[in-house]
Design a binder for this molecule. Structure first.
Ligand SMILES: [Zn+2]
Length: 147
């Protein structure tokens, strides 16, 4: 349940968790190789590093470090934000190992390489059953603030 009181569902299952409360951070669903311990996102059955065929499901996140980013001055195709003049895309290094590409929340002046990032969910739209359809994003992590 989100602050809106609506149930939340992921845009696609198997990639990230949707906590009951939006005060709780989501986690990404990854895999860890049982042989070399390399961690991957999204999940995979065969290790991309050593080709071992046994992996364990692991939850990764919700924090990372911004490796690089760019800002695109075009609206995000699936956004409902009225003020949408663009969006940022970045690569975030997770402490568990993977570097993942994701849409970032914030304006063109909000990012710096090396800054701490926080995983969160954004509502894209409501589905036919009135549920919030959510996707994961990263935003700059601030102490004590929500933005
Ligand atoms: Zn491996």
């Amino acid at each position: 349940m989100s602050a809106t009181g609506r149930e939340r569902v992921p845009i696609e299952s198997g990639y990230f968790s949707v906590p009951e409360s939006d005060a709780e951070a989501p986690l990404l669903f990854g895999s860890r190789c049982k042989k070399c311990q390399e961690t991957f996102f999204p999940r995979r059955e065969v290790c991309a590093s050593c080709l071992h065929r046994e992996t364990t499901d692991v939850s990764i996140g919700p924090r990372g470090t911004l490796y690089t980013w760019t800002y695109l001055y075009v609206p995000l195709f699936n956004s409902q934000r009225a003020d949408d003049g663009g969006y940022a895309v970045g690569q975030v290094d997770l402490p568990e190992g993977p570097r993942i590409q994701a849409v970032l929340r914030g304006g063109p002046d909000d990012f710096a390489i090396g800054m701490e990032m926080q995983l969160e969910l954004e509502t894209l739209r409501q589905d036919d059953e009135g549920r919030d359809v959510v996707v994961y994003r990263f935003r700059p992590r601030s102490e004590g603030g929500s933005e």
